[in-house]
Design a protein around this ligand. Structure first.
Ligand code: P6P
Length: 355
């Protein structure tokens, strides 16, 4: 795992390709094998990825039986930092992620959509940790009560602050290009964990019979083009002209409209089948709705690593954005490179605003 800024000797594809295709490869085995791709690997990042895998299994257990226990519906704590109605499973998922990440002491702080400020992680023993983790514990949670897929999204950075002192907000306000790992867990018809450490993208499907995430999608590559666009068409009349023109073109080309309302689900479909996901500015969210640090950045790293593109509607590469606040929102267009390029051409041609 990338525990140094030194470029890896191999690549994620190398790791995946070097594993025989005729046997079960667990997430743990893959993570440990990949660690050998990097010199000076200390195992910290390996430990973090394994902690997230454990948290995902715990969250999956509750998501899968949410209809059976009193964990549906809005939590008593009301709204979260971003003003979204907090669902009980949001709170549960958030608590489990924080707990798992605290136990191992592999990170010095975490930040979550559900918490206003960063959460310092007490040092475990004499080990000084070099990483911070950001996450959206349960993205799309408004879909929980109607049994629609939801997901966990995470991003891991090396801390910038003095390792002898506490983590600071500057450890989190880094551009997406500084992510050392990013991933998501999709709790859908099956539960899949997809992640990258900057050397290709691999997916692991949870086998409930053995309680392990098993390698199922080796070295994932997004199709160059697609015939599906994913946007909340309900906001069409409120979109800027260039977005409406692009959406009209998608319709004229008979592209399929697929929109689940859960970004992880929509982006995962696009990663597999090709397509483009759009969340432009709307009247309610003039700067865009989705959070840069723990939604757009990690998903953009994954999609870029799989050969795709991710920009905002001012045509800036998402991963180059320098954040100014923890819960900052932004616009996004992410997916097959040919489709993102086509949208870019529309924006350049029709945008009334200086880009
Ligand atoms: P809208 C879920 O609340 C979320 O953050 C993303 O997962 C999803 O893509 C988006 O918001 C849906 O927003 O405005 O279309 O309901």
């Amino acid at each position: 795992m990338a525990t140094s800024t030194k470029k890896p000797s191999g690549n994620g594809a190398t790791t995946a390709a070097s594993i025989p295709g005729n046997r079960i490869v667990t997430l743990d085995e893959f993570i440990i094998r990949s660690e050998k791709d990097f010199e000076y690997a200390t195992g910290e990042l390996t430990g973090l990825l394994r902690d997230i895998g454990v948290a995902a299994k715990i969250i999956n257990r509750e998501v899968n039986k949410a209809g059976l226990v009193n964990i549906l519906g809005a939590s008593d704590s009301g709204e979260n930092t971003s003003g979204d109605m907090q669902q009980k499973l949001d709170v549960y998922a958030n608590e489990k992620l924080i707990e798992c990440l605290k136990n191992s002491g592999e990170c010095c702080a975490v930040a979550s959509e559900e918490n206003k400020d960063i959460i310092l992680v007490p040092q475990v023993g004499s080990k000084k940790s070099h990483y911070v983790v950001m996450f959206d514990p349960l993205d799309g949670s408004s879909n929980i009560d109607v049994n629609v897929s939801v997901g966990t999204i995470f991003a891991i950075y090396r801390r910038k602050s003095d390792p002898n002192g506490p983590a600071t907000i500057e450890d989190f306000l880094q551009p997406g290009t500084r992510q050392v790992a990013a991933g998501y867990v999709l709790y859908g018809t099956s539960t899949i964990l997809v992640y990258t450490t900057g050397n290709g993208v691999n997916g692991f499907t949870l086998d409930p019979s053995i309680g392990e995430f098993c390698l199922s999608h080796r070295n994932m590559r997004i199709p160059e083009n697609g015939q599906t666009y994913s946007v909340n068409q309900g906001y069409y009349s409120k979109f800027d002209l260039e977005m409406r023109r692009y959406i009209d073109q998608c319709s004229d080309m008979n592209y399929g409209l697929r929109y689940i309302g859960s970004m992880v689900s929509d982006v995962h479909r696009i990663l597999i089948q090709g397509g483009i996901f759009l969340y432009p500015s709307t009247r309610k969210y003039p700067k865009g709705k989705l959070r840069l640090l723990y939604e757009c950045n990690p998903l953009s790293m994954i999609v870029e690593q799989a050969g795709g593109k991710a920009i905002n509607t001012q045509l800036k590469r998402i991963l180059d954005m320098v954040p100014s606040e923890l819960h900052q929102r932004g616009t996004i267009a992410i997916g097959s490179p040919a489709m993102v390029d086509e949208l870019q051409a529309f924006i350049e041609r029709y945008s009334a605003l200086p880009l």
